[in-house]
Design a protein around this ligand. Structure first.
Ligand SMILES: Cc1ncc(COP(=O)(O)O)c(C=O)c1O
Length: 397
């Protein structure tokens, strides 16, 4: 059982550097400074064919036919040639500005939102101005800050696995950047729009020069009544930056495309360091895919949210029926107290063809993150979970 701890942890640069060195070699982006995770085991070639992958929070259906067609057309008879640099960034910026109701000057693109997160960490933290975030959270900014020798302050979640906004605001004093991941990965919880606006206002009062990076990677999966983007706030205030990605609900994780929405001053600062709206880090296929994805309006993401919710409800109920609690998920993954160390559960599932999430300290002794697949995949997966955990439904027991 998690006890509420007033835990603000500042990672010294030496320790951070050592941790980061091991993290960079081990895995890619989905790795940790402040979750101190262990590598996933190789699954073996034969199993990889049939493995149900529930470890990386992807859309199991991918981007859909419209986007796949756009990728083909990009190099078709009417399209570009891969031998030329692409100028398709303008088309995507235009599509996004229409979709979001912003101007192209409010946008910068990235090779995944990873590029946005790294750039923001780079330009807004310093050796004397820390990065602040929760523990656990998505680890990209912390890992990158550590690599740059910038201090990291990590604040515990509250007993409901929500961000502790009081603690987080206090920790922001004098900080360079607050990483505000909402919904928060890996715990899946969401903080309502009003509470988020109040938090941002409070940080501004306590620490007027601190920037806040609101990561809305899972925005399209939220089913909370008080659900609004922080984009309107970011347009007005250069201290707020919103990061978005095509990797989750749009099903384009492998294509690598993300973007930031912010005040033109903030966009200039980000772009000056890393010109994400040029062609250097973006590939033409992803750009065409992005335009097509946005061209579908909200129909695609609405359908994906509804599909995911049905799978989420089914999976959460399966665990609840067997006495296992999950946090309130507003994402395409769940965070569940299986009562078994994450590694043991993961190894057991892996041996039976299901790959679940890695360790997320300090919760690795009982909790596991499980990304949601299709209903068919989850029906198979829960049978495996039952075997590994040795649990039967409470009602049936
Ligand atoms: C909260 C969050 N932000 C950002 C990312 C980075 O995603 P990408 O670089 O694919 O856009 C992830 C990936 O899992 C994530 O969970």
């Amino acid at each position: 059982m998690l006890t509420r701890r007033k835990f603000v942890h500042t990672v010294g640069m030496g320790a951070a550097g050592a941790l980061t060195a091991s993290y960079i070699g081990a895995r890619g982006r989905e790795d940790a400074l402040w979750s101190l995770s262990t590598p996933l085991e190789a699954s073996g070639a034969a199993q990889a064919q049939t493995m149900i992958p529930l470890s990386s929070n992807e859309n199991p259906l991918g981007p859909g036919q419209v986007v796949l067609q756009a990728i083909q057309d990009a190099f078709g008879p009417q399209g570009a040639t891969p031998g030329r640099y692409s100028n398709a960034t303008g088309a995507l910026r235009d599509a996004l500005s229409g979709h979001l109701g912003v101007t192209p000057e409010n946008l910068t693109l990235g090779c995944g939102s990873t590029q946005i997160l790294r750039t923001a960490t780079h330009v807004y933290t310093e050796r004397t101005r820390a990065l602040v975030g929760t523990i656990p959270t998505y680890e990209e900014c912390a890992g990158y800050a550590a690599m740059l020798g910038r201090p990291v302050r990590a604040v515990s979640l509250n007993r409901n696995f929500q961000m502790d906004l009081d603690e987080l605001a206090d920790a922001s004093r004098g900080a360079g950047l607050v990483f505000y991941c909402n919904p928060n990965n890996p715990v899946a919880t969401y903080t309502g729009a009003q509470a988020t606006r109040d938090f941002i206002a409070r940080v501004h009062r306590i620490s007027p020069d601190t920037r806040i990076l609101v990561d809305e990677a899972y925005f399209d999966y939220v089913t909370h009544p008080d659900h609004e983007s922080m984009i309107p706030l970011a347009l007005e205030d250069p201290r707020v930056i919103v990061a978005r990605t095509f990797s989750k609900a749009y099903g384009m994780a492998g294509l690598r495309l993300g973007y930031a929405v912010a005040h033109p001053d903030a966009i200039r600062t980000l772009s000056a360091w890393d010109s994400g709206s040029g062609t250097s880090s973006l590939n033409v296929l992803a750009l065409h895919a992005g335009v097509a994805a946005i061209g579908q309006g909200t129909a695609f993401t609405d359908a994906e949210r509804a599909r995911n919710k049905a799978v989420r409800d089914f999976t959460v109920k399966w665990f609840a029926d067997r006495g296992m609690r999950s946090t309130e998920s507003h994402t395409n993954f769940i965070f569940t107290n299986t009562g078994m160390p994450a590694r043991q559960f993961r190894d057991g599932c892996l041996a039976k063809g299901v790959r679940v999430g890695r360790d997320f300290p300090p919760f690795q002794n009982e909790w596991c993150r499980i990304s949601l697949g299709t209903m068919e995949e989850m029906t198979k997966a829960v049978a495996v979970f039952g075997e590994v955990l040795g649990k039967v439904a409470v009602a049936a027991a």
